[in-house]
Design a protein around this ligand. Structure first.
Ligand SMILES: Nc1ncnc2c1ncn2[C@@H]1O[C@H](COP(=O)(O)OP(=O)(O)OP(=O)(O)O)[C@@H](O)[C@H]1O
Ligand SMILES: [Mg+2]
Length: 241
């Protein structure tokens, strides 16, 4: 049996292509996701952000190029967690959704009710613990998905537009959770359409257009002086195709 790698980091994309039929979804993406401040993925709809996240999670394999996790090609790591753009909820209560995530963690230690309560509290859902998860609002479901991901005690947490349907108060709450999680040493990799959020949270920014990563820079530099016309246009809010 192979020993699990001690760490999944850095996650290194080396000339990664992903093609489905004739469609090139990602084209020659090289990127290193290292420990430290959040990496934020930005770019127009369909540019490949969610796909890049799925590859980083090991849910998809590249058509060409390779991805390594902590130097290993084996993506079987229990230390990665993800919140999908449209999270799926189990047909159970909010609390049971968290309990399920806790129980499915490697080790299968007994699930302590306090742990469920703490996680629900962290995402501001303590008062909705017993509500059927599928009855929760979109924003509440997204926060519940975050609690489930945190239940896995990840080393790397991929977030695919975690605040896309949230109001400003919930967005702020999620950003605070993200910031605290990052400060606790978890590597965050997050796609967002909210440039304000990218400015607030990102250590580095990867900018994708039509499947190509055309900029990857420290956030401060990207926002103050983007290196490409596409980057400037995107920051101005112009259409980038
Ligand atoms: N399995 C697939 N088969 C065919 N096309 C796919 C597949 N997966 C993704 N695509 C296409 O690849 C492109 C990139 O999709 P992806 O979801 O990664 O974009 P995105 O940057 O996350 O967009 P958004 O901002 O809308 O979430 C899209 O045009 C999408 O339709
Ligand atoms: Mg997406």
């Amino acid at each position: 049996m192979m020993r699990a790698p001690a760490t999944d980091l850095p996650i290194v994309f080396d000339a990664v292509n992903l093609q489905v039929g004739d469609l090139v979804i990602l084209d020659g993406v090289s990127l290193s996701l290292a420990a430290g401040a959040p990496t934020v993925l930005i770019g127009p709809n369909g540019s490949g952000k969610s796909t890049l996240i799925r590859l980083g999670m090991g849910l998809l394999a590249p058509s060409r190029g390779r991805i390594t996790w902590g130097g290993h090609e084996d993506p079987d790591g229990a230390r990665r967690a993800m919140v999908f753009q449209r999270p799926m909820m189990l047909r159970r209560s909010a609390a049971k959704n968290v309990a399920y995530a806790l129980a499915s963690r490697a080790g299968r230690r007994a699930v302590r009710p306090e742990r469920i309560a703490t996680l629900l509290d962290r995402v501001g859902l303590a008062h909705l613990a017993d509500r059927p998860a599928r009855r929760l609002s979109g924003g509440e479901q997204q926060r519940l998905a975050l609690a489930r991901a945190l239940a896995r005690d990840p080393e790397v947490l991929f977030l695919d537009e975690p605040t896309a349907s949230l109001d400003p108060a919930s967005t702020k709450a999620v950003e605070e959770i993200v910031r605290a999680t990052a400060e606790s040493g978890v590597k965050i990799v997050m796609a967002t359409h909210d440039l304000g959020q990218a400015r607030r949270l990102a250590g580095d920014v990867a900018f994708l257009v039509a499947g190509r990563m055309i900029e990857h820079a420290p956030a401060a530099r990207f926002f103050s002086s983007p290196a490409t016309p596409e980057g400037s246009a995107f920051l101005r809010g112009d259409l980038v195709l």
